[in-house]
Design a binder for this molecule. Structure first.
Ligand code: SF4
Length: 331
């Protein structure tokens, strides 16, 4: 059966950007791909300076909100990357077959390292660990956003190189499974929604908190007065309607906007209704998990065991292919 793998940074509780851009899709995919493997990639969160207590809180927040958002441990494997040390072993192995030039050309490395005085080697090796994350589970398909395709290319390349070097057909070349929702812009309408830019709406925020953020959110800049017709396609609020409301509501929004039937505040109130409808069950599940935190720990422990079982088998086979380890040494 086809296997999918995807990872998410431990950035604390989910916001609507990473929910719509990834996790909502994960929830749908777990029914189509039983045993889908979802990982909180905490080894990836330590390449810069960080506070361990903050990291711990963020890992917890992410794990809890993934379960609240609908990841079901009965259908999917959810775990913390650092509970499966085989990720780092395979990563080391892949550093031996990955050309340095390929890593130095990665856009993310160039962007981040250009702002640093001292560049940690981990920042350069980050995509190697990503390749290891994927190939450790010999996943066939990887749910990704458009901006992650470059990293997947490296994983495909690594699979090819390993297979060619050792004359085996061991690692499959994982294919991208493009996430249907395009990337979600922040409320400022300028950049991708991101906690570090403060332009997000948290998945667990109250109705009032969401409204306080929606009210000043950027709309079509050409719509200065209520009587000015708007251009829904250039408005970020319209994109959010598409994510949270049904087709009939979305088409009504487009009509009301382009004919100046509604003002932007009317439009945002309709968006709020759609958001509240989708987010209410998620908030309820989150409150239940707050009351029973052991459920989160149990899900991670079970997921970690299941993931490690697969990972240990892969590592044993990789060691055998590469002539490593002492098993069978004398024979
Ligand atoms: Fe955007 Fe809605 Fe205002 Fe149109 S009416 S510009 S879609 S907020």
């Amino acid at each position: 059966m086809a296997r999918i793998f995807s990872g998410i940074q431990p950035s604390g509780e989910l916001h609507i950007g990473n929910y719509l851009g990834a996790v909502k899709n994960w929830v749908q995919l777990q029914a189509t791909y039983p045993g889908a493997i979802y990982c909180v990639v905490d080894y990836h969160a330590i390449t810069g300076s960080y506070d361990p207590a903050v990291l711990r809180a963020r890992r917890w927040g992410m794990a809890k909100s993934l379960l609240a958002a609908g990841i079901d441990p009965a259908q999917a494997v959810l775990f913390m990357q650092s509970d499966v040390p085989e990720h780092t072993e395979l990563s080391w192995i892949f550093t031996t077959i990955t050309p340095l030039g390929d890593l130095e050309r990665q856009t993310q490395f160039k962007d981040k390292s250009s702002k640093m005085e001292s560049i940690p080697a981990g920042l350069l090796m980050y995509p190697v660990l990503q390749s290891a994350d994927i190939l450790l589970y010999r996943a066939d398909s990887i749910p990704v956003g458009e901006d992650q395709i470059q990293h997947l290319e490296l994983a495909r390349d690594t699979a090819r190189k390993f297979n060619a070097k050792f004359g085996v057909e061991y690692f499959p070349e994982p294919k991208p499974l493009l996430t249907p929702t395009r990337r979600i812009m922040g409320l400022d309408g300028n950049a991708k929604m991101s906690k570090s830019l403060g332009n997000t709406i948290g998945l667990l925020e109250t109705d009032e908190e969401i409204w306080q953020k929606l009210r000043p959110a950027m709309t079509d800049p050409q719509r200065v007065r209520k009587s000015d017709p708007g251009r829904p396609e250039v408005c970020n609020i319209y994109q959010l309607h598409k994510a949270f409301n049904d087709e009939a509501t979305v088409s009504n929004v487009a009509q009301q906007c382009s004919t100046a039937g509604w003002g932007c505040m009317d439009c945002k109130k309709v968006l709020l209704e759609g958001m509240v409808q989708e987010l209410t069950p998620i908030r309820r599940r989150s409150a239940e998990l707050d009351a029973e935190p052991q459920r989160v720990l149990d899900a991670l422990a079970d997921g970690g065991r299941a993931a490690r079982g697969i990972a240990q088998q892969t590592i044993a086979e990789v060691r055998d292919i590469m002539g490593l380890g002492s098993t069978g040494l004398a024979g």
